[in-house]
Design a protein around this ligand. Structure first.
Ligand code: GRF
Length: 187
């Protein structure tokens, strides 16, 4: 079966604002599936409202291998060629990443390699940074460490708190992710 890189699955666990941006600004790619490890994720409502196919399985208590086997089946059913992580909070196994090597991307709310992992805005503020931002990168076995595809810098203003800063970075994410994904699927 031929796999089309432009058929994208978006993996989500939460709110889904990046999924919404990827849907609204889709050009050069199409969202073939929204998949979640959290059946109650708001992001799934975003997908359903857009009329997109969804797949979900509660990952709590499910063996990782079984979970990923079921996910893989759904990705294959929907002829997915590229995976975009958008607030996906479950670690992917090295086997899964190897199977999709070079075809999974993620958006991270910092200027990588700074602030890998969680609480990025809190840490950037605590460090007194003058700027932070967001990064789209290729996913590898090492957390938030794969090849950087694109970044946007966002200034930290005096008086910024976590909420204000995350809101501004999120706006930048919503512009950066669709544009970068469109380029990535053409590579
Ligand atoms: C975003 O800040 C993204 O950078 C990070 O998780 C958050 C997801 O937000 N990986 P949303 O679910 O897309 O609104």
């Amino acid at each position: 079966m031929t796999v089309d890189a432009r058929r994208v699955a978006v993996l989500v666990s939460g709110r889904g604002s990046n999924l919404k941006a990827l849907i609204d600004r889709a050009s050069g790619y199409e969202i073939a599936l929204a998949a979640s490890n959290k059946p109650q994720a708001q992001a799934l409502d975003v997908a359903r409202a857009a009329g997109l196919p969804t797949w979900t399985l509660d990952s709590r208590g499910v063996d990782r291998e079984l979970f990923e086997d079921m996910l893989t089946r759904s990705l294959e059913d929907h002829r997915v060629g590229t995976i975009a992580l958008a607030g996906y909070m479950r670690l992917l196994s090295p086997d899964f990443i190897a199977q999709w090597r070079g075809r999974i991307v993620n958006i991270h709310p910092s200027l990588l390699p700074k602030y890998r992992g969680l609480k990025t805005h809190e840490r950037a503020l605590a460090a007194g940074e003058g700027a932070t931002g967001c990064t789209v990168h290729v996913v590898t076995e090492e957390l938030d460490s794969g090849k950087i595809l694109a970044q946007t810098t966002v200034a930290i203003e005096p008086g910024d708190d976590i909420a204000a800063l995350s809101e501004r970075v999120l706006m930048a994410e919503h512009a950066l992710y669709p544009a970068t994904l469109a380029e990535f699927v053409e590579r």
